[in-house]
Design a protein around this ligand. Structure first.
Ligand SMILES: C[S@@+](CC[C@H](N)C(=O)[O-])C[C@H]1O[C@@H](n2cnc3c(N)ncnc32)[C@H](O)[C@@H]1O
Length: 256
């Protein structure tokens, strides 16, 4: 990562830390995020113990991982984001570092999770190659990143990233083909690529950006309904183009 991008991510996320705390504080938004986490966790192979959340931010996902896999490690470039984690996981195992220079020995983890962090770096292959090194031979990378297969979503995202002070203009989503290609360049074999998040993603996921649902009675019920509808949408080949994220499950190439 160039020094300037590393610094702009640190500056950006210093401002964002309180917004994340708010986001994860609302019941309906938490419900959505927990479903997203459950989708990612469902790909963890049985017997996996050593878990890393790369770009863990304020640690809400890490707290869930730590419950299931005690000792889960969270790494983030933003100390301000990590500071919020204490609220969810007192005594969490946190590391402030750049994902492009990971401070771990080869094969330190059985699973590496990345939820929305890859698109913040500029050298995606380097980031992914580091994930590969951090994983043992039988390890698994579980990643969820913004997906731009749909031209309208791509356009909306480009405008948002350009205009909003809460995004970095250089961040960008991936096409399914593009992100699979990056994983392959980094020495992974992609075993699953699934779209995730449509209605619940838009209306429940980010109340700090779009807060309309918080004024509507029964918002938790509505969120649950949206989650079910989204699951159907994302399971169908053509309409899954409406998915805002893509969940990737990948294994180091050549693994048993
Ligand atoms: C969109 S947030 C997602 C946070 C968290 N995974 C979540 O879902 O709430 C992206 C996170 O990636 C972190 N990040 C950006 N660039 C990074 C880098 N080079 N190394 C490590 N973390 C980075 C940011 O500080 C931020 O916390």
């Amino acid at each position: 990562m160039s020094v300037s991008n590393a610094q702009s991510q640190i500056d950006l996320h210093r401002e964002l830390a309180p917004r994340y705390a708010y986001r994860y504080g609302l019941e309906f938004s938490r419900l959505f995020q927990q479903d997203w986490h459950a989708e990612m966790i469902s790909h963890v192979p049985s017997g996996a113990r050593r878990v890393l959340d790369l770009g863990c931010g304020t640690g809400f996902f890490l707290a869930e991982l730590d419950q299931k896999h005690p000792g889960a490690v969270g790494l983030d470039i933003s100390f301000e984001m990590l500071k919020v984690s204490e609220k969810y996981i007192p005594g969490a195992r946190l590391v402030t570092a750049d994902a492009e220079r990971l401070p771990f020995r080869m094969g330190s983890f059985d699973v590496v999770f990345c939820k929305g962090s890859l698109h913040h770096v500029r050298n995606h292959v380097k980031f992914l190659a580091n994930c590969r090194e951090a994983l043992g031979k039988e390890g698994v990378l579980v990643m969820s990143e913004p997906c731009n297969d749909n031209p309208l979503i791509k356009l909306a995202r480009a405008i948002l990233y350009k205009k909003s002070p809460h995004f970095d203009e250089g961040d960008q989503g991936f096409t399914r083909k593009g992100i699979i290609g990056l994983c392959e360049q980094a020495g992974f074999e992609v075993v699953k690529a699934r779209k995730y998040g449509v209605l619940a993603y838009v209306f429940a996921g980010f109340p700090d950006h779009l807060g309309v649902l918080k004024y509507i009675p029964g918002n938790a019920w509505i969120t649950r309904a949206f989650i079910r509808i989204d699951r159907l949408i994302c399971a169908l080949p053509l309409v899954s183009l409406l998915g805002f994220h893509i969940v990737i499950v990948a294994r180091p190439r050549g693994a048993g």
